[in-house]
Design a protein. Structure first.
Length: 240
């Protein structure tokens, strides 16, 4: 029986490439051991059948951005129940059309951007791409959030007009806001530079109490039909 060796060493021998290139091929999901994809270069093999996909190629390993439909009750950032816990191959939306193959490395070194209140649901972003992270942080004041808000209470006279004029919050007034009724109990709010707690504050100022919130768009990227608790990749043609 052959003594066990690291999978990266076996791939390097089979491919006649460097150990570093072998590790990258494995991490990119191009290598199977007895028919099963293994993404861990340190995995040890002996007499198992090791196969390298004929289409295997070395890439730069482009960073990915994941769009998650966060259910209410999960924290956007680290906490006792972080939304990032929902990210994994099993919860990838079956209708994802990005063309990206899910890999274990896609769920590491993720930065959560544009957080939501814990009791709110909707679109949240996790990214490995510093350009996306910078867009969602440095340009946060001009990024438009579209949110559907279920409310209770009685709107004060001219309350909708007051909302559309902008109500001060945290020492400033929204740079741009559009509020309209979707139904008798549901508001659609499009707000640039939205901050945690701001929508609840605006509603309270005009006699309304927020029952639930769902963010359905960030900038130019909509959540669409993405089901709660599932995620998809940001496509190459999408920009916030």
């Amino acid at each position: 029986m052959t003594d066990p060796v690291r999978l990266a060493k076996r791939v390097a021998e089979l491919r006649a490439c460097s150990r570093r290139e072998a590790e990258q091929l494995i991490a990119d999901g191009w290598v199977r051991v007895d028919g099963v994809v293994v993404e861990a270069p340190q995995f040890r093999v002996a007499d198992q059948r090791v196969e390298i996909d004929p289409q295997a190629r070395l890439t730069e390993g482009a960073p990915v951005t994941l769009l998650l439909h966060k259910p209410p009750g999960y924290q956007s950032t680290d906490g006792e129940q972080p939304a990032s816990r929902l990210l994994g191959s099993a919860s990838l939306w079956c209708e994802d059309d990005s063309g990206i193959r899910p890999l274990k490395k896609h769920f590491t070194r993720l930065t959560g951007c544009a957080p939501l209140e814990d009791d709110a649901g909707g679109l949240v972003v996790f990214t490995q791409d510093w350009r996306v992270a910078r867009k969602l942080t440095e340009d946060a004041a001009t990024l438009e959030h579209e949110v559907i808000v279920e409310v209770a209470g009685e709107l004060v006279p001219h309350g909708l007009k007051r909302l559309n004029q902008g109500i001060p919050f945290g020492g400033g007034t929204p740079p741009a806001i559009k509020v309209s009724w979707q139904s008798e109990t549901r508001l659609r709010v499009a707000l640039k530079g939205a901050r945690l707690g701001q929508i609840a504050h605006l509603c309270e100022a005009v006699g309304l109490r927020v029952l639930s919130m769902k963010r359905i768009r960030l900038g130019r990227v909509p959540m669409g039909k993405l089901p709660p608790g599932q995620w998809r990749y940001l496509r190459a043609d999408e920009r916030f």
